[in-house]
Each structure stands twice: as structure tokens, then as C-alpha cells.
Ligand binder design. Structure first.
Ligand SMILES: [Mn+2]
Length: 273
């Protein structure tokens, strides 16, 4: 386990105890993100093993490249198919706030008072510490790295399936160990996860070798507009709505931000979290 404060360990134990007593857990995170999905699915796998019922929700469809993840097919993406009043616990992961998770309106309209407990586990610097129990570590490379500590702190066995979800989150948020989120915690946790026997090639191929021809053409168009602002020493470009219409694809477009980390010449690299 990574070095944790007594307070964090206490909160992880509190969350663990609460989830074991829960009748029905709504698990969500922000959409279209490997760390968000890895986080929600790893918790679903554990809740399954202890017989707690849950629903996994994402405000958008799960991108095709993440379909190798266990339980990816169980994710509900239709907001009208779930009603939050049916859950006693909302587990919100990898989301700076409820708008980031795209459940702000549902929470405002559907949650009934104090019988509902909201748990917030996240690493975004924007996190507003919402919820009844919040654990936020802005130094964590990914939320799945935090969940690794959650599992270890509570003596939960990290199965090959859980490890696959957790490593996906680390590799996604660090741009496969290339952006500024990469640190000792990311590498050490990944090394420990590998001992579960998870399919490393499947995960890396899904995250790195997932570009369609249309997507690369879209990137090409956006990259051809790169400009260097000498005064501020920044490189910028823009994606237009017309680009998406022309190439008929949105999937993977956001990853271009991580691809720009390949720039040389000492630019600060801030990846997608
Ligand atoms: Mn993240």
C-alpha cells in the first residue's frame, strides 16, 4: 500500500463499512474516460463479490475501446432508466463535482433527503469536497490508484478482473506513463497490479492502438492548425464542430490533448485526467 494518512485510512474503512451495509449503490463517474470506467467497474466487481446490489451509470455510451473491461456491458447510459430515489448510497468516482459526473440535475430532482449517503473519491484539483464522505487526493495519478489503496486498506483481494480495471485507469490518466501525472505511485501500483496476471497487452493495445482512419484524419486536420505563441511559449490548436461532421467521429478526439504531450522543447504537459 502507498503511504496513507491515518485520516485517509479511517475514511476508507468508513466507506468500506458503509458500502457493506448498503442496500443498493448507484456507482457513477464522468463519461468517456478510462480512469472513470476503471474506477466504477472495479468497485462494481468488489460489490458483486460481497453480494451488495448496485447499478453502474455513465451519462454517455461506453467507448468501444473499453469493452474489454469486465462488466463494461452492464453500464447503464440512459438517465431515464435509473431513478436515484431507489438507492441509499451514491458512489461518485473520479468526478470534480456533480456536473462533471453529469448527475447534478438527477441529484437535485431525485434524491430524497438525508436517507441517501453520497461518497466522493477523486483526484481532481477542482474537487469541491461534495458528499457525506469525501476522500480527495490531488497528488494521486488516477482515481483507480486511490481505489487500489482502498482495497488494500480493507484487506480486499485484488482479483485479475479488478486489477485490469485499476491498471486501465492508471495508464489512461498518465497517457501510459508519459504525462505529468506519472509518478512513483503510478509505477509502483502498476507493478503490484501486474502480479495479478492481468492481460497487459489487451489493456495497452486498447489504450494505445485504438485509432480509426477517420480519427487520424481528424487529428491531421486539427494538427495542421497548430500555432506557436512565442510570447506565452504555448502551442495551441482548435477542434471545430465542422471537423467532427466532416470525419463523422468524436471517439478519441479528446486524446489529442494527450498526444500533444509529445511536443519537445520544454512545454509543460498537462494531460487529460
Ligand atoms: Mn482520473
Amino acid at each position: 500500500m502507498n503511504l496513507l494518512s491515518m485520516d485517509t485510512v479511517a475514511k476508507y474503512k468508513q466507506i468500506h463499512a458503509h458500502l457493506l451495509e448498503a442496500e443498493s449503490v448507484f456507482i457513477t463517474a464522468h463519461p468517456r474516460c478510462g480512469d472513470a470506467l476503471g474506477s466504477t467497474l472495479s468497485m462494481a466487481l468488489w460489490l458483486d463479490s460481497v453480494g451488495v446490489s448496485y447499478t453502474i451509470f455513465s451519462a454517455e455510451d461506453v467507448p468501444e475501446e473499453f469493452m474489454y473491461l469486465p462488466k463494461a456491458h452492464e453500464v447503464v447510459c440512459d438517465p431515464s432508466a435509473v431513478h436515484l430515489s431507489e438507492f441509499d448510497t451514491l458512489l461518485v468516482l473520479d468526478s470534480g463535482d456533480l456536473r462533471h459526473a453529469r448527475i447534478h440535475d438527477k441529484v437535485a430532482n431525485e434524491v430524497r433527503g438525508s436517507q441517501t449517503t453520497m461518497v466522493n473519491i477523486d483526484h481532481h484539483i477542482t474537487n469541491s469536497l461534495y458528499g457525506d464522505i469525501a476522500v480527495v487526493n490531488t497528488a494521486a495519478p488516477s482515481t483507480t490508484c486511490m481505489l487500489y489503496d482502498f482495497f488494500v486498506a480493507n484487506n480486499i483481494a485484488i482479483t485479475k478482473e479488478i486489477a485490469t480495471c485499476l491498471l486501465t485507469g492508471i495508464l489512461y490518466d498518465t497517457g501510459i506513463f508519459t504525462n505529468g501525472a506519472t509518478n512513483q505511485n503510478a509505477l509502483a501500483t502498476s507493478a503490484k497490479l501486474l502480479s495479478s496476471g492481468l492481460p497487459l497487452n489487451t489493456v495497452v493495445d486498447a489504450l494505445a492502438k485504438n485509432k480509426t482512419i477517420d480519427l487520424l484524419r481528424l487529428w491531421g486536420q486539427v494538427l495542421s492548425r497548430l500555432e506557436h505563441n512565442e510570447k506565452f511559449h504555448i502551442v495551441h490548436t482548435g477542434m471545430m464542430l465542422a471537423d467532427f461532421e466532416q470525419f463523422g467521429t468524436l471517439a478519441g478526439a479528446g486524446e489529442l490533448a494527450n498526444f500533444l504531450n509529445n511536443l519537445s522543447e520544454g512545454y509543460d504537459h498537462e494531460g487529460v485526467r
